[in-house]
Design a protein around this ligand. Structure first.
Ligand code: ADP
Ligand code: MG
Length: 338
């Protein structure tokens, strides 16, 4: 075949495939948008594990008619404007392609009302239509219907409802642990599966209890340290809470969930003296750092970041966690940490 330019439709399909893998990936994008919009309460409804419907309603700042039309265009965002903004991203999104990608692989409808507007507007994406008035309080509802209806190959790969729900619930746990100040509710086929009421800021033990259960809280110690422009807070599982796999490790960097090698290694090292080799530490940690000190523009979905001063971050995490574990261990009920 000679070289041809791909049609915009085809380009969009390929781009969408990179971001949208399954219902949980749609939900992640919608939840991040709601959080970026300053939502305090987020209501999620799915049908058949998200294959038929994924709906997210928030009470964030909402959108007006112009925003609504632009929101579903690719590379349109309200979160960055200039190259320099990439140097200090404080929002979860910034690429401006999630809604456009979702629109390519589903039937997408957005209903929104900004605080200044006297009524809400609703828009069906991709039909060349204009927004029309609709009832909705200040905030936004995004409805994603019939995911992958246009991509039979992808639709075939959707797993059983149960499996997709497991991914959805895993994602919601992860996001909810990072934002105890926001309330979350999840319904599948009209049945409430999860409910995490909004908590105060800070270490929010209640959110930990709601998401991970009492056991983890009883077997962990709180940490909150501030040094060299870095702040680390959250819960460190004691050795008794260690696990056979790395399935209870939640780390948030400036509110963004990350799975980063450097962070994982630093924590593993910090736990090395108190854990057997084949055990994995459990923790829920928030790391705050000047956004200019970290590059989050690495990959659209992978949770990697790049620290400008990686050695400093590594040492900080290692030292602070090791110290907290040795001090906490002495006062905890556990006889010894070793
Ligand atoms: P990004 O989040 O990277 O900017 P998206 O495609 O996810 O790209 O969203 C495009 C734009 O639509 C956002 O920049 C934001 O202005 C607007 N938007 C999307 N979801 C919401 C929402 N729930 N509330 C308010 N505005 C939203
Ligand atoms: Mg987004």
């Amino acid at each position: 075949m000679p070289i041809q330019r791909l049609s915009p439709d085809l380009v969009n399909q390929i781009a969408a495939g990179e971001i949208i893998e399954r219902p949980a990936s749609v939900l992640k994008e919608l939840l991040e948008n709601a959080l970026d919009a300053g939502a305090r309460a987020i209501h999620i409804e799915v049908e058949t594990g998200g294959a038929r419907l994924i709906k997210v309603r928030d009470d964030g700042r909402g959108m007006d008619a112009d925003d609504l039309l632009l929101a579903v265009e690719s590379h349109a965002t309200s979160k960055i404007a200039a190259l320099a903004d990439l140097e200090h991203i404080a929002s979860l999104g910034f690429r401006g392609e999630a809604l456009a990608s979702i629109a390519v692989v589903s039937n997408l409808q957005i209903t929104s009302r900004s605080a200044e507007a006297d009524h809400a507007l609703t828009l069906k994406a991709g039909l060349g239509e204009m927004p029309v008035p609709a009832p909705h309080p200040v905030g936004t509802s995004v409805e994603v219907r019939d995911l992958f209806h246009s991509v039979p190959a992808r639709r075939k790969f959707l797993r059983a409802e149960k499996t997709e729900l497991r991914h959805i619930q895993g994602l919601l746990r992860r996001i909810a642990l990072g934002r105890p100040d926001v309330g979350f509710e999840l319904l599948n086929n009209g049945k409430r599966l999860m409910h995490f009421p909004a908590q105060g800021d800070g270490l929010a033990a209640n959110r930990i209890k709601d998401v991970l259960g009492d056991a983890f809280l009883k077997e962990s110690l709180a940490i909150d340290v501030d040094a060299a422009g870095l702040r680390l807070s959250g819960w460190l599982g004691l050795p008794v809470a260690a696990r056979g796999q790395a399935d209870l490790q939640y780390v948030y960097l400036n509110g963004r969930m990350i799975r980063d090698r450097l962070v994982t290694q630093a924590l593993r090292r910090a736990y090395a003296d108190v854990l057997f080799k084949d055990r994995f530490p459990a923790y829920v940690l928030q790391l705050q750092i000047d956004p200019a000190q970290v590059d989050v523009n690495v990959h659209p979905t992978k949770h990697e970041v790049r620290f400008r001063e990686s050695g400093l971050v590594f040492d900080f995490l290692h030292r602070q966690v090791a110290r907290a574990l040795s001090q906490g261990g002495a006062s905890a009920e556990q006889p010894a940490l070793a």
